[in-house]
Ligand binder design. Sequence first.
Ligand code: FAD
Ligand code: NAD
Length: 480
Amino acid sequence: MTNRQFDVVVIGGGPGGYVAAIRAAQLGFATACIEAESYADPKGEVRLGGTCLNVGCIPSKALLRSAELYEEAGRAFGMHGIGVSGLQIDVATMMRRKDNIVTQLTGGIRGLFKKNKVTLLAGRGSFAGRENELWQIAVAGRDGAGAVVDARHVIVATGSVARQLPGIPVDNATICDNAGALALGAVPQRLGVIGAGVIGLELGSVWQRLGAAVTVLEALPDFLPAADPEIAREARKLLTRKPGLRIHLGVKIAAVSQGKSGVAIDYEMGDEVLRLECDKLIVAVGRVPFTQGLNAAAVGLAIDAGGRIEVDAQCRTPLENVWAVGDAVRGPMLAHKAAEEGVMVAELIAGQAGHVNYAAIPWVIYTHPEIAWVGKTETQLRNEGASYRVGQAPFLANGRALGQGEADGFVKMLACARTDRILGVHILGANASELIAAAVAALEFGASAEDVARICHAHPTLSEAIHEAALAVDKRALHC
Ligand code: FAD
Ligand code: NAD
């Protein structure tokens, strides 16, 4: 019996994989996408969307919104003259809403596969061999059944999983990784979080807004070292001003023990030996690429010391017609980066000039206020010995921000001192996640600060702060 043959087989149905599959099919290739996980699907069916849709970006933002509304009703409604009494949160309803959004979106991708004629193969994909210029890919179903398909091109998009710490067993009941932290049944009174990275801050925020006393323990001495230092400093100040959120830096976890009443974390901070007792603990200490079970070694697919599949700037592995994208390869672990790589690879397979501009990938941290940036930080420019000018505009001088009661934070623009070309834009403030898109476009088009300064921005909008920051680069801000 001959194997089913495809032009392109994608292993993994997350944002890297499903987008690559749709784009490949749009370009006329017979395409299949293999996905193994059903996540929490009530029918046990395989779900598309990967970490992002099932246990990452989407459920976390759904919960952040619920928690934001709850916090607003308690904290901010009063200043508008709106009285609320008997405020309460029904966690089960909040979780149901989040689950429905996830179901809607993952089902939507199934629909997109149908529309674009992408074949979904449910099971775990692995390399089985190579014959006549075709790769043989085994698909092992959970029922033990297996099949082998032939592929001219293979795109590996197997994503990442939460990094575990030795001696801290995650059970997703009391000690949680991202999946457990997105599915708690009740608001814990005391929540511990190990890791003040993106997940620690976002998921810590969800439960802090709902009333938990949250303590975040971070190993590094600096807060958010990847962000611009001024933004990180101000963000830390604003976040820890909130009741119920403490962030301890420079911490060394000594031991974690589980008892009847929760978890105890013994840690060192400076010369002190301390103990944190909490009801639930979230461990968010980074993610590691997931390549297990691919049979990578047997076919010579190279994995680097960090567990990433080795690829060049265009996501080619050294193996002929084998590509890899997303969290499984170098670069930031972000859904939009994975998806851009998926599109690039499909277009390169089609002989087109696919590309990803890694210098213009935005970062967003969905805290309150939000943090977003694109391009270089002041630390990076200083380390490079670059000559640059800085323009800064506080939201306090922005009418819309004041009207919204969201005047914390600022926009900071960094531009080349010689050419005025924008090198980085950093935003701490309300809607930073949306505002950053304009800065990404400016960077992509090689805009100067003067270009942005000469663009008419609608009034009153938060985007005027970007305009002001651009004017401030040339020391001619009008409103601050
Ligand atoms: P994944 O999404 O991990 O998908 C890989 C898929 O491959 C999985 O479904 C897995 O089951 C499947 N797979 C693995 N091996 C096999 C195999 N052998 N056979 C078949 N299937 C296989 N990023 C953002 O940009 N914005 C955010 O707001 C954001 N929030 C996040 C919040 C949380 C809590 C977490 C954990 C992550 C968040 N991320 C966010 C990161 C984002 O989820 C990832 O960068 C993104 O999902 C990576 O996409 P991917 O396709 O490379 O991998
Ligand atoms: P992270 O790398 O952002 O942060 C992990 C933190 O844990 C770091 O600050 C690290 O110093 C700290 N840490 C590591 N070991 C520790 C230890 N033993 N004790 C105390 N602290 C320790 O990782 P994350 O928060 O787990 O998120 C993983 C990735 O998922 C992110 O890097 C990002 O790529 C992606 N993500 C993105 C978003 C977003 O775009 N908004 C949201 C969530 C996750």
